[in-house]
Each structure stands twice: as structure tokens, then as C-alpha cells.
Design a protein around this ligand. Structure first.
Ligand code: F6P
Length: 324
């Protein structure tokens, strides 16, 4: 393998730059030529491909977002789009590619790799942590720290006014961000799609905390929760309890996607970037590199796109015990 392409695709995540940097530097280290592909699969189709070197990734490890830009490409889902991208592979003599992204990115990589018998290795980069085959995805740690910082601030004002806050966090249909940040910020309730305990559970918990005369209550809600969005929840609580609680809603939104990556994300992305290049060098293809139990491991892209089916049961148990 002489020429390796690298792209970031799907929702950006803090630490993607550290991943790009590691892929580029490892390629140079092993005497290969790295090529950056801009705007994810859209740029792959539209020939936004340029040579990179060790210097082109200087001073980016601490930056959020992705210097290669990202996209959620619709065209790459079509045969025509893939054919155009394949022409660019030939034009630039690409021998292999590293893709950094989430399950949509991996699905595209898997299909393209099979269709043209082209070696691709994936690096899990998404704030959602919803990828099978790695304990953590690049960006998750930074995102949950951003959420905890925000929720701590909400706690201050909630306590000053004796208010009940519903805080919606991202995660698409996964509850990892909600569960981790909820535990970390000491939320009274955490609502996640993986374990729908029904609205009655929330009512019960509010009754319980009322008896303890709490001065504030925080309910962290994953955006994919099945009891409705945060406004629906607020409405249901009002219907049930009348004006017993003064309620407020905060949707954290895209603030969760940005910011300087944490050291944990930088180190994870650096390890995975090097591992991805070494995997291609060793003849691996169609796999995702992840870290499990502190060791680099490989998972078939097909399996990696199957999201973690169950939220960590132990975490749920802990959350239940400590929120009494
Ligand atoms: O996958 C990352 C993520 O931030 C999800 O948590 C969220 O549901 C989605 O992307 C939002 O996507 P967009 O930025 O395209 O609105």
C-alpha cells in the first residue's frame, strides 16, 4: 500500500482532527503518501482530494470539528455516486482508505469496499458512542464533559429557584450521553431509549424527591427517549402535578458537538489513527479499529454498524441506586 486516503463523514466529533493527524503522520512514518478527502463522501465523489504531509496536520490536535470538513452524503448511497468515487480512486491511485465517522459512514465504507474490492478501515468518530466493537468512540468523552459542565450550571440556577429542569441531550436513538452525563451531574432522573420505564417511573421519582424536600430536580433526557420530547414531558408533569413544580426546559443542541477535544479523546483518536494505518499495511480491510479493555481490537465493519443493543446494565443500576 502506497497511497492512503482519509476522510471524516457524518456528524463531526471532537477528536476527529487528532485522528486525521495520526493517520497522516503514521502514513508518512511508514513511507506512504496520505491524501485528504474533503467533505466526506461528497468530496470523494466530487474529487476534493489532495496530498497531505506531516506538516499539513500541525497544530490541529487541540481543535474541535474536522479540518477535512464533513457531510452526510446522499449521493454516495447511490450506485452512480459510488461509481464516480471509484473513478477518483483510480485517478489518484489510491490503494486504501481510512474513514472516520459513525454507523452511516461505516455502512457506506462497507458497501464501497465490497463493490470495488477496495481496502477500507474505519475509526469510530461520533459523540453518540453507539458503535459496537469499541468501549468508546472518539468525541464521546468531550461531549459528555461539555454536557456535565452545562448541567452543573443549570443546577446552580435550578437550586436558587427551586425549579425542575428537563435537559435534552443528543445521542440520536442511543442514551449513552444521557446516562454518563446524568450520572456525572447527579441528575435525579435519566431517561434513555434503551430502557423505557414509562412516564409513571418519572412521576414516582418526583413524588419520592418531593418527600425529601429537594431544592432542585434535574431530569436528563436523551433525544431519542420514547416518552416524547422534553416539552411533552414538561406537559405531562404539569397535567399530573398541576403547579406543584415550576418547570423549565433546556435543549443543549449542537454545543455538544464542538469544543476542544478532551485529552482522553485525543489519545484515543491518536491510537486508532496509527492502528488503522498499521492494519491496512498488514493487509486488513473491511474492519473498524476500536479499543476494548484498553487494547486495540478489530471488528468487521458489518458488525460495527450494529449499534450497541443494550445500555450498560451496571450503569443503569448505579444510576438507580444513587438517585434515590
Ligand atoms: O450523530 C451525532 C449527532 O449529533 C446526534 O447526536 C444527533 O441526533 C445528530 O447528530 C444531529 O445531526 P445534525 O447535526 O445533522 O442535525
Amino acid at each position: 500500500i502506497k497511497r492512503i486516503g482519509v476522510l471524516t463523514s457524518g456528524g463531526d466529533a471532537p477528536g476527529m482532527n487528532a485522528g486525521i493527524r495520526a493517520v497522516v503522520r503514521a502514513s508518512v512514518y511508514y513511507k506512504m503518501t496520505p491524501l485528504g478527502i474533503r467533505h466526506g463522501y461528497d468530496g470523494f465523489i466530487n474529487n476534493e482530494i489532495h496530498k497531505m504531509d506531516a506538516g499539513s496536520v500541525k497544530h490541529i490536535i487541540h481543535q474541535g470539528g474536522t479540518i477535512l470538513k464533513s457531510a452526510r452524503s446522499m449521493e454516495f448511497k447511490t450506485d452512480k455516486g459510488m461509481q464516480k468515487a471509484w473513478k477518483n480512486v483510480q485517478k489518484h491511485n489510491l490503494d486504501a482508505m481510512v474513514v472516520i465517522g459513525g454507523d452511516g459512514t461505516f455502512k457506506g465504507a462497507m458497501e464501497f469496499g465490497k463493490k470495488f474490492d477496495f481496502p477500507i478501515v474505519g475509526i469510530p468518530g461520533t459523540i453518540d458512542n453507539d458503535i459496537y466493537g469499541t468501549d468508546f468512540t472518539v468525541g464521546f468523552d468531550t461531549a459528555v464533559n461539555t454536557v456535565v459542565e452545562a448541567v452543573d450550571k443549570i443546577r446552580d440556577t435550578a437550586t436558587s429557584h427551586n425549579r425542575l429542569f428537563f435537559v435534552e441531550v443528543m445521542g440520536r436513538d442511543a442514551g449513552f450521553i444521557a446516562m454518563y452525563s446524568g450520572i456525572g451531574a447527579g441528575a435525579e432522573e435519566i431517561l434513555i431509549p434503551e430502557k423505557d420505564r414509562g412516564i409513571e417511573q418519572l412521576f414516582e421519582s418526583l413524588e419520592r424527591t418531593s418527600k425529601r424536600r429537594k431544592s432542585s430536580r434535574l431530569v436528563v433526557v436523551a433525544e431519542g427517549d420514547k416518552n416524547g420530547n422534553v416539552y411533552d414531558l414538561e406537559e405531562q408533569v404539569k397535567e399530573r402535578f398541576g403547579d406543584r413544580y415550576e418547570t423549565k426546559v433546556t435543549i443543549l443542541g449542537h454545543v455538544q458537538r464542538g469544543g476542544r477535544p478532551s485529552c482522553t479523546d485525543r489519545v484515543l483518536a491518536s491510537r486508532l489513527g496509527v492502528a488503522a494505518v498499521e492494519a491496512l499495511k498488514d493487509g486488513k480491510r473491511g474492519v473498524m479499529v476500536g479499543v476494548r479493555n484498553r487494547k486495540v481490537e478489530f471488528t468487521d465493519l458489518e458488525q460495527a454498524t450494529k449499534r450497541n443493543p443494550e445500555m450498560d446494565k451496571e450503569l443503569m443500576r448505579v444510576a438507580n441506586i444513587i438517585s434515590i
